[in-house]
Structures are given as C-alpha cells and as structure tokens.
Write a protein that binds this ligand. Structure first.
Ligand SMILES: N[C@H](CCC[C@H](N)C(=O)O)C(=O)O
Length: 306
C-alpha cells in the first residue's frame, strides 16, 4: 500500500479490538461500502506496514430471516474462514457500541451456520458456539473412521491428536507443559498437513485438573495467537471425549482465561469471556482496493485452500 496511492480511495472506519490478546480489525460494512482482496487484507494485517491484526471481522446485513447480522472472518493471510470465537465476543460488543443494535441476545450468520451471542455485561459475552462436529469428512480430516485419538505421521514422528470442528477445523494435542510444547515447529507442519485438506488450527493442551487446563494454539492463517476461542472449545471437547475433563472448564491461554461448558455429544459448546475495544481509526484505501481484478505485482499469492 504505497503512500502516494494511499490517498486515492475512500476512507474506511474501523475499530481495533481484542479478545484476550487475540486481536482484530472490525469493520461495519453496513454503514460503509467494503470489499477487499486477500492481498489487501494481508497488507492491513501486517504489524509494521498495516494496522496489524490476527483476524479481520466484517459486519454485514443479515442473509437469513431470523438473524441480526452476517459475521465474516478473514485470517491475517487473507483466507476467509467459518468461525472465530474471540471475534464473536468482540462482534457483539462492536455492534452495540456502534448502535447497530441494542439487543443483548444477537444471532449472527457465519459461513458455517448461525451462532448466538449473549451480552452478560459490557465487555463480557457468552457465545453459543454450536454443536462440535466430530465426523472426519465434516471436519474435514482424512480418516477411515471416527476416533477419539488419531495417529498422524509428521516427518519421522507419529503425533497423537484429536480432530474437532467448531465450524472451523482443529487438532488438539496433549502435552505435559504448554511452555515447552513444540508450537512453532509442529504447529505449521500440522496446520498444512495433507490429512487436513482445509488446513487446521493446532491446539497444545495441558491438563491441570478435571476443571482447569492451559492451552496454546497455532492458528490456521495467523500463526500462534495469545488466545483462540474456538480452539479453547475444541480442546475442552477433546479432553471430555478422552474422559479427562468435567463439563465446565477454565481454559488458561497466554492472553487470559475463558470459561467453556459442554454437556456432551449433540450439545452446543458455551464459551464466556471478555471483549475489549482498544481504539477507533480510519484509513484511506488505495483507489483500486475495492476489488478490481488487477493483481498487485510482487506478493506471492498465499496458499489458500478454501
Ligand atoms: N484461525 C482460525 C480463525 C480464528 C479463530 C480464533 N481466533 C478464535 O478465537 O476462534 C481459522 O482459520 O479457523
């Protein structure tokens, strides 16, 4: 986004937010026109040359009769994805702060279904994250049949993992100590493993007790984040299915704590946690930002399998 080109396009208003340090650029695409190519999203995600964020969250008008908004999610690599739990809490705070609604129970349509956001008080939101998907083809994960723990070959290693979808795909690996877990080495190799045809978020789970865990997540399309809401949900589901956790679990992430509840197969995962606004900003997009087909030279097109 060269400076001289910066002054050609429209001004874009946004709010910078985070959920336990998992940070977002949030855009109201109802009150202002907004459409960005993946390359532009990658530029805006850059923490030196752009705004800097793990995900871009976009608020759009509803596409279904019984929902309040459409909720679109883009990773820092520009890939559009199906779910973002920390983002959902921030979404609820954003639409109320921006006076787009005064509801305290907000139904939003994502790429993988409808989720319900319940504002407990300002800055604290409970999200019904939906029923986890465990059947391999729906995750998607390549396996002959559904198992609680799969063995996956990564180079010369065999990794034991659980596979869960919260709308987005997750692998969950048990570790003795998240502080020494091979997040940066194993995370990207599993994120892009062929058995995850849509890639995956990789969670490293340390069990402290039946109601307390620690978790680090190497996120699909963004790398390790300080917190991952859908990852916390997937980790609790995996731990419960392994018989290691009770129904209500405190998940300690590097950015803070989430409360996750799951009553077992067929029931939705409930997540409660904070949502924080940091600042409001505006930026001028390059004149051709809004989606002309001309590709920018130079940047390798990111490997996106969506
Ligand atoms: N990286 C994720 C999207 C964001 C999830 C995370 N930030 C959360 O809070 O759930 C994916 O590609 O599925």
């Amino acid at each position: 986004m060269s400076p001289q080109r910066r002054n050609q396009g429209p001004l874009l208003r946004f709010t910078k937010m985070h959920g336990l340090g998992n940070d977002f650029m949030v855009v109201d695409a109802i009150s202002q026109p907004f459409r960005l190519r993946p390359e532009m999203i990658r530029e805006l995600a850059d923490r030196n040359f752009g705004v800097g964020f793990d995900q871009l969250l976009v608020v759009e008008p509803p596409g279904l009769p019984d929902v309040d908004f459409r909720y679109r999610i883009f990773n820092a690599d520009g890939s559009e994805v199906e779910q973002c739990g920390n983002g959902a809490r921030c979404f609820a705070k954003f639409v109320r702060d921006q006076r787009l609604t005064n509801k305290k129970v907000i139904r939003v349509q994502t790429a993988r279904g409808v989720i319900e956001l319940r504002v407990i008080r300002d800055g604290v939101v409970m999200v019904n994250m939906g029923v986890p998907e465990l059947n391999p083809p729906a995750i998607p994960f390549a396996a002959e049949r559904r198992k609680t723990v799969y063995s996956v070959e990564v180079g010369s290693q065999t990794i034991e993992l659980s596979a869960v979808s919260m709308g987005n795909p997750h692998a969950v690996i048990l570790v003795d100590n998240v502080d020494t877990a091979p997040v940066s080495e194993l995370g990207p190799r599993l994120e892009n493993h062929p058995r995850f045809p849509s890639r995956a978020n990789i969670g490293f789970l340390q069990i402290l007790s039946r109601s307390r865990v620690r978790l680090r997540v190497y996120e699909r399309g963004s790398g390790e984040t300080l917190a991952c809401g859908s990852g916390a949900c997937a980790a609790v589901v995996a731990g419960c299915l392994r018989g290691l956790l009770d129904n209500r679990v405190e998940v300690e992430l590097r950015g803070g704590r989430l409360t996750i509840e799951w009553q077992g197969e067929g029931s939705p995962v409930m997540m409660e946690g904070p949502a924080t606004s940091v600042f409001e900003g505006q930026l001028r997009l390059p004149g051709d930002a809004a989606g002309s087909r001309r590709r920018k030279p130079g940047r390798p097109h990111n490997k996106q399998r969506h």
